[in-house]
Design a protein around this ligand. Structure first.
Ligand SMILES: Nc1ncnc2c1ncn2[C@@H]1O[C@H](COP(=O)(O)OP(=O)(O)OP(=O)(O)O)[C@@H](O)[C@H]1O
Length: 323
């Protein structure tokens, strides 16, 4: 979109010309690397429920992590509640900004530590271990997610474990919530109840939610806005009703048609490049088309060596990453 999603409500998330490249081993983008996120601008306001869509590898997780303060970018590029989450950690520690994503599927914050969600511990202990929580909100979440407090986490099913994690992640009354496909293991009822609860949080408390997903079940009327990214670039950012005006198809079919068009364009570009004697793939590092930048997912200071024998890969140090 670039332009603000029009409304009188207060701005909660403001992204201006965001560009980002994963760092190489020296903490800097490898020479010649193409930005993964490129010139992205977006404004969201209190009450917005934004569905972030795009094909695999489009950059959705990266965008959510940047907004959540897990990757360093210039403090003016991304503002959440007027602050930069990377530079101002109080934004997340206060619970105003909550990010539920990938790593968080394995570990949850418990008593100040990241602990495995598969420990031999009861659901009650996990949930009640989060301090400074409104007991009424806690009870409501336990009910919405239909959690049995006697579940032992090491014996619980994936879906039961996921419910406990989601509950813990929502205990504090967030003002901005970033969700990176967290409902995969939930049954239909749990998912429907959760989506309903999230709608209420936006409508009654003016929370803002950005939800990246490939699962459209039950989402037809959930979002207020749709944001579509392709290859790190913003393609569309529109209120849901505008998307509905553009297409008679269901939301899922509409997104499917966007992704199909994108894939066809990429294939055509590859064919043209090949026909012109160029490499099929546009993104390369240091002129070597086979060389890709890989960030190994370790936090700075914990990994002191790179892997041997991987000449075709540039390993990155993660010095600007937070887990
Ligand atoms: N830690 C990393 N270091 C280097 N490149 C990365 C890293 N994480 C992701 N990438 C690359 O960034 C691109 C975008 O990845 P990202 O996970 O943000 O996409 P996504 O839209 O969330 O995809 P999916 O729908 O598959 O979850 C991909 O090409 C991926 O290979």
């Amino acid at each position: 979109m670039g332009e603000a999603i029009a409304s009188e409500r207060s701005t909660t998330v403001e992204i201006k010309g965001l560009s980002f490249t994963y760092p190489g081993i020296d903490g800097h983008p490898p020479p010649g690397s193409v930005p993964l996120i490129d010139g992205l601008s977006l404004t969201l306001r209190a009450g917005d429920r934004c569905l972030l869509v795009g094909s695999n590898g489009a950059g959705k997780t990266t965008i959510l992590k940047i907004i959540g303060g897990k990757h360093m970018v210039g403090p003016e590029m991304v503002r959440v509640l007027g602050r930069s989450a990377f530079h101002d950690t109080a934004l997340t520690s206060s619970g105003d900004l909550s990010y539920l994503g990938g790593e968080w599927r394995r570990d949850v914050a418990f008593a100040g530590f990241e602990v495995s969600i598969q420990m031999d511990i009861s659901a009650k202990k996990m949930i009640y271990g989060v301090s400074g929580v409104d007991p009424q909100r806690r009870d409501e979440l336990i009910k919405v997610l239909d959690i049995d407090l006697s579940w032992r986490m090491h014996k619980a099913s994936d879906g039961q474990r996921r419910r406990v994690q989601i509950c813990m992640g929502l205990l504090k009354p967030f003002r901005v919530l970033l969700l990176d496909e967290i409902t995969v293991d939930l049954d239909v009822l749990a998912r429907a109840n959760l989506l309903k609860y999230l709608t209420k949080e936006c409508e009654e408390r003016g929370a803002t939610i950005i939800y990246a997903t490939h699962i459209f079940d039950g989402l037809e009327a959930w979002p207020t806005h749709i944001v579509y990214v392709a290859q790190g670039k913003l393609q569309l950012a529109l209120p849901l009703e505008k998307v509905k005006e553009m297409s008679n198809l269901s939301l899922m079919r509409t997104v499917e048609s966007w992704l199909r068009k994108e894939r066809d364009e990429v294939r055509t570009r590859r064919m043209v490049r090949k026909a012109n004697g160029l490499g099929e793939y546009e993104k390369s590092v240091e002129g070597n088309p086979a060389k890709r930048v890989v960030n190994n997912g370790w936090a700075a200071g914990r990994l002191h060596s790179t892997l041997a024998g991987e000449e075709n890969f540039v390993f990155s140090s993660n010095s600007v990453l937070r887990q």
